[in-house]
Write a protein that binds this ligand. Structure first.
Ligand SMILES: NC(=O)c1ccc[n+]([C@@H]2O[C@H](COP(=O)([O-])OP(=O)(O)OC[C@H]3O[C@@H](n4cnc5c(N)ncnc54)[C@H](O)[C@@H]3O)[C@@H](O)[C@H]2O)c1
Length: 392
């Protein structure tokens, strides 16, 4: 099957590393020249099928393309997906599928009219740990309450939501949508819930603002006398630890070291986290009443030093706690945790512990079999809808 890939950044590169047999990259669309060239070489895509902008791509004739993977920036998901759907192509669309309820419904209707499938990249549905939580939660009987925390972690928070491309609402939408659409989708799926009512949301920027800067903090980490003791040091993250650097392109004639030095000195990622232009929340609490009377409490935490999700579910027969890759279950007063329910070794496993590859396999199998993908637009609507209601 021939596909087009729109947006060849971090996510697309991961998907392209695990494409199922029989799927061939026929066209690439990517404005960054280095990324386009590297992906074209790796996947043997000829120059006439490589496009540096989506207008040229959509105005060129294409025969034989059956599906598209869209992994461009969030605000482009809807226009690019609409254009693909209107051409009769199935779409694997990065989350969030849209940034408003109205847009989401428009896309759903367009896909239905065109008779194509749109799968949303909500890989928790295919992640072994989260699938197991859902399986065990079914033993609790009717659920009355779910408490869920998403700890973003200091590195991801600083890189992505303070210094990075998801730090400004106007450029990317609210953080609850961009980060917690995974959580909302997982929880609505687990609860079998179709609607969230009485949605209340409260968020704030509690840490990453200039009034919280320690005395003497410089505008850039390379100039900062406090750099060695700061948990958000860009010098430590990118230069010493060499983490979160996969998005740093290395032009010909330069080294990664050159690129990191330049970024720290002049780029967005060298800025002090207390002196950025971020306006997305760093903490947010959302409560809702789900069908069946389930009380849902969700908390997004961008200021703690831990990373990961903590989920507690209370049901008629007991309680489930999922944390750091481990699930424990208490049923009718006794603990029934299983040894095999320790998934902590998967915490740092590549490709979201294989869920990314599973997502692709599921999507292409479903297209071939005329079935809906695991996280189809229809299935993913309740989680997105909860995020839209939570707002910014
Ligand atoms: N499912 C997940 O777990 C997950 C994780 C991270 C990011 N994401 C989502 O995946 C998407 C991509 O994120 P990323 O981390 O790969 O970002 P990225 O910035 O690395 O990649 C996005 C790419 O899109 C390109 N682009 C910009 N305008 C374009 C256009 N008009 N047409 C085609 N391409 C264009 C950019 O140049 C860039 O290379 C985002 O929507 C993000 O929210 C999903």
């Amino acid at each position: 099957m021939d596909i087009a890939v729109l947006g060849v950044g971090n996510r697309a590169r991961k998907y392209l590393s695990c494409l199922p047999d029989g799927v061939r990259v026929a066209c690439l669309v990517e404005p960054e020249e280095i990324r386009l060239r590297q992906a074209a070489e790796r996947h043997g895509v000829p120059p006439e099928c490589c496009f540096s902008n989506s207008e040229d791509f959509f105005s060129a004739p294409h025969s034989g393309i059956e599906a598209a993977i869209i992994a461009a920036p969030d605000l482009l998901h809807l226009p690019l997906a609409m254009a693909c759907v209107e051409r009769g192509w199935h779409v694997l669309l990065e989350k969030p599928a849209a940034t408003s309820d109205h847009q989401y419904r428009m896309l759903m209707e367009a896909a239905m009219r065109a008779g194509v499938h749109v799968g949303v990249c909500l890989e928790l549905r295919l992640h072994p740990f989260f699938r197991r939580i859902r399986e065990l939660a079914a033993e609790l009987g009717p659920i009355s309450r779910i408490d869920h925390e998403e700890h973003i972690g200091p590195d991801r928070m600083a890189h992505t939501f303070v210094r990075g491309l998801w730090s400004r609402k106007a450029a990317t939408g609210p953080i609850f949508l961009s980060k917690c659409c995974h959580d909302a989708d997982f929880l609505m799926w687990l609860a079998g819930a179709g609607v969230a009512e009485e949605v209340h949301s409260r968020g704030a920027i509690t840490r990453f603002r200039s009034s919280c800067a320690p005395d003497g903090a410089a505008e850039r980490c390379v100039d900062c006398p406090l750099e060695r003791e700061c948990p958000y040091s860009a010098v430590d993250l990118y230069q010493r630890r060499q983490e979160w650097i996969s998005g740093f392109d290395v032009p010909e004639g330069q080294t990664l070291g050159d690129v990191i030095r330049e970024e720290l000195r002049n780029g967005r990622y060298g800025r002090c986290v207390y002196h950025c232009d971020n306006d997305v929340y760093d903490t947010q609490t959302v409560t809702a009443l789900l069908d069946g009377g389930i009380r849902l409490n969700m908390h997004l935490e961008g200021t703690s030093m831990r990373e990961g999700r903590v989920t507690q579910i209370i049901g008629e027969r007991g309680m489930l706690l999922a944390e750091s890759g481990r699930v424990s279950l208490m049923l009718d007063g006794s603990i029934v945790a299983q040894e095999e329910d320790d998934y902590s070794s998967l915490n740092d496993a590549p490709l979201h512990a294989g869920a990314d590859a599973e997502l692709l396999r599921d999507f292409f199998d479903c297209i071939a079999g005329g079935r809906e993908p695991a996280a189809s637009l229809r299935a993913a609507y309740p989680g997105h809808h909860l995020c839209f209601q939570a707002g910014d």
